[in-house]
Design a protein around this ligand. Structure first.
Ligand code: PEP
Length: 252
């Protein structure tokens, strides 16, 4: 099964609307002829509408960085899936480790968010990954099993392949410390095997990304791994030259 790689830039909480528009204006001509990969940017809520408008008709996907599972209600400060689809957002990052660590995001909440995103027509990117302590204590697989099984539990088996998974070792995010190709491949293959426990067919369709200090210098090696179907890129996605170099590295 050939899977189209996805290269997604996570801008996190960075930039004004004007800066977001400038960034996509620089990016669009650089990816206009890219056919080997899907390219997306995960944008702060305030800049989503502007980025959707300025990328209409292009192949750049526009993703949010979080959402609530309910379509509406008394949830002050939250944004729902229908609110994102109303402005033509394509997808949403769910369960990023920064949300788990700083905002109390739980696997139970993700169990509701992932199917809610799919039902609304958004592509969810479900992030999973272990801490440094968990890796050192030999708990990586236990942690990944819990996160993947809980996060996908309420997704119907026949839709599992529509969920993008991102394996992001927490110790590698924003640290410059990247997983070795062996560590990354083992974890990516393990995540795919967990999806296969629910549906072998869907697991072959699942795009599983690596995230954690992916840069132009290490991207080609990681993206060439048999179970790596792209990257979730934080820091390097704010630099257009670096981001475009990573998109190019997905060519193989
Ligand atoms: C991320 O935020 O998902 C990420 C992988 O960040 P960085 O590339 O900066 O490590």
């Amino acid at each position: 099964m050939s899977r189209t790689p996805l290269i997604a830039g996570n801008w996190k909480m960075n930039g004004t609307i004007e800066e977001a528009e400038e960034r996509v204006a620089s990016l669009l001509p650089r990816i206009a002829t890219v056919e080997h990969a899907d390219v997306a940017v995960c944008v702060p809520f305030t800049a989503l509408q502007a980025v959707v408008d300025s990328t209409r008709g292009s192949q750049l996907g526009v993703y949010a960085q979080n959402m609530h599972h309910e379509p509406s209600g008394a949830f002050t400060g939250e944004v729902s899936a229908p609110m994102l689809t109303e402005i033509d957002v394509h997808g949403v990052v769910l369960g990023h480790s920064e949300r788990r660590q700083f905002f109390g995001e739980t696997d139970k909440a993700l169990q509701l968010k992932v199917p809610a995103a799919l039902e609304a027509g958004l592509i969810p990117i479900l992030c999973v990954g272990e801490t440094e302590d968990e890796r050192e204590n030999g708990d990586t697989e236990r942690r990944l099993r819990h996160q993947v099984q809980e996060g996908l539990e309420k997704v119907p088996a026949e839709r599992l392949g529509e969920v993008v998974l991102a394996y992001e070792p927490i110790w590698a995010i924003g640290t410059g410390q990247v997983a070795t190709p062996e560590q990354a491949q083992d974890a990516l293959a393990f995540v795919r095997a967990l999806v296969a426990d629910r549906s072998k067919e869907e697991a072959e369709k699942s795009r599983i990304l690596y995230g954690g200090s992916m840069k132009p210098g290490n991207a080609a090696e990681l993206l060439a791994l048999p179970d790596c179907d792209g990257g979730l890129i934080g820091g390097a996605s704010l630099d257009i030259e670096d981001f475009v170099a990573i998109v190019e590295a997905a060519k193989g």
